[in-house]
Design a protein around this ligand. Structure first.
Ligand SMILES: NC(=O)c1ccc[n+]([C@@H]2O[C@H](COP(=O)([O-])OP(=O)(O)OC[C@H]3O[C@@H](n4cnc5c(N)ncnc54)[C@H](O)[C@@H]3O)[C@@H](O)[C@H]2O)c1
Length: 382
């Protein structure tokens, strides 16, 4: 039997909505023949695209193989065939859409951050909880192959006691000044008044990464910066950057792991990947990338000697072993989508709720406060 799940995909003409959610998740699930639950049951998404711009929606719906679309979101919400409302519109638009979806009794799934303030993110979580509606927030990094390989090694005891973590995320985002180097991120990312800023964007991710990989975050110290003061927008007009474009954050976990994460749209990459995370433990270390995970065990650790008068005799990069793929790894967004579909249809657990998403917003808000007040802040229970 095939069970169809109507899904309203809102705000999907944007970067994330189109690439990660529509094509690499929902269309990919359709193309693989749905989510096969058992010999007798397959879950099949039935998407409808909603948004403000009819022409853009029509073009995207056509590109996706002739999907239905509408600018009348209330009509889509009124259709009982639509079980799920998904939102990838702008961060500041999210609350209004979630409220409407809750009023219509839909299961709610959305991009992060759910809001830019903790109180608002919690309010949205409670709205869903009080209405008894299933809900979830995208926490895609948890399904990256590199992170999954790390978790397997951790669960098998490879690291011993984990001591510290160094995360390095970022790349150079062009300012848009030169026609030959267009900006590769939307201009709202650099305007605080439009929900932009790398602290709001990335500390949401680091919260669930640290909570799930190393233990609950208990304190944060953060220094942000707006290194590039002016950029050029989608229409080629110069604008002032009012949001942070780099962030230097240190987090502690309740079990004493020190986690430093640098995030920047103002760095040039000379490392394994756009995101790397070095984890050092008493028994072994790992350098985790998006897909790869390289490890060095205690017994294989070289013994360096500080001597700048000679060429370095140790090939430090050579002393690491690449962890092989242990299984097939799906697109991270698709993997989480499949779990959400199973949650909605079959009541299977889905712990990545709006309440969990609110914890990310909390860390971002405290990060901004820590920067403003130039001090460490405790991260309380939510
Ligand atoms: N999970 C991740 O790794 C990740 C990465 C980047 C962005 N995001 C999040 O995804 C969301 C979208 O980011 P993006 O980079 O795709 O931005 P974007 O600007 O490319 O897309 C935003 C989309 O929302 C639409 N939109 C804005 N206001 C709307 C409204 N009132 N009604 C309907 N549609 C509206 C825009 O037209 C656009 O299509 C943001 O909340 C962002 O924080 C998540």
């Amino acid at each position: 039997m095939v069970r169809y799940l109507g899904i309203i995909l809102n705000g999907v003409t944007g970067r994330m909505g189109t690439n990660q959610h529509l094509f690499r998740s929902i269309r990919a699930i359709e193309e693989q023949g749905g989510v096969r639950v058992s010999d007798d049951l397959t879950l099949m998404p039935r998407p409808i695209l909603t948004g403000r711009n009819e022409a853009k929606l029509a073009a995207l719906a056509n590109r996706a193989g002739g999907l239905p679309f509408t600018t009348d979101i209330d009509a889509a919400l009124a259709d009982p065939e639509n079980a799920i409302f998904f939102d990838a519109s702008g961060t500041l638009q999210r609350a209004g859409f979630i409220e409407r979806a809750v009023a219509a009794g839909k299961a709610v799934y959305c991009e992060k951050p759910t809001a830019v303030e903790t109180a608002e993110a919690l309010r949205l979580a409670r709205l869903c909880e009080d209405a008894g509606l299933k809900n979830g927030v995208v926490q895609d990094k948890l399904w990256l192959p590199g992170i999954r390989k790390f978790m397997l090694l951790r669960d098998q005891g490879f690291f011993g006691r984990i001591l510290s973590v160094r995360g390095e995320f970022g790349y150079w985002v062009f300012t848009g000044e030169h026609e030959g180097q267009p900006a590769q991120r939307p201009s709202w990312n650099y305007r605080k008044e439009d929900g932009g800023g790398i602290i709001v964007d990335m500390l949401c991710h680091w919260r669930y990464v640290i909570d799930n990989c190393f233990g609950p975050v208990s304190a944060v110290s953060c220094r942000g910066a707006t290194h590039v003061p002016e950029r050029w927008d989608e229409r080629g007009a110069k604008y002032a950057c009012t949001a942070d474009d780099a962030c230097y954050a240190t987090m502690e976990t309740a079990n004493g792991v020190v986690c430093q994460f640098n995030s920047a749209w103002t760095v040039r990459v000379r490392r394994d990947d756009l995101f790397t995370m070095q984890v050092d433990g008493t028994h072994g270390s790992a350098v985790v990338g998006l897909r790869q995970c390289r490890i060095q065990a205690a017994g294989a650790t070289p013994r360096p000697v500080w001597n700048p008068d000679i060429e370095q005799p140790i090939d430090f990069f050579g002393g690491w072993q690449e962890v092989p793929d242990a299984t097939g790894y799906d697109n991270a967004f698709k993997a989480q989508w499949e779990l959400f579909l199973r949650h909605v249809a079959l009541d299977e657990p889905f712990p990545w709720t709006l309440r969990e998403g609110a914890k990310g917003v909390q860390l971002a808000e405290l990060g901004l406060q820590s920067w403003a007040e130039r001090r460490w802040l405790d991260v309380g229970e939510l």
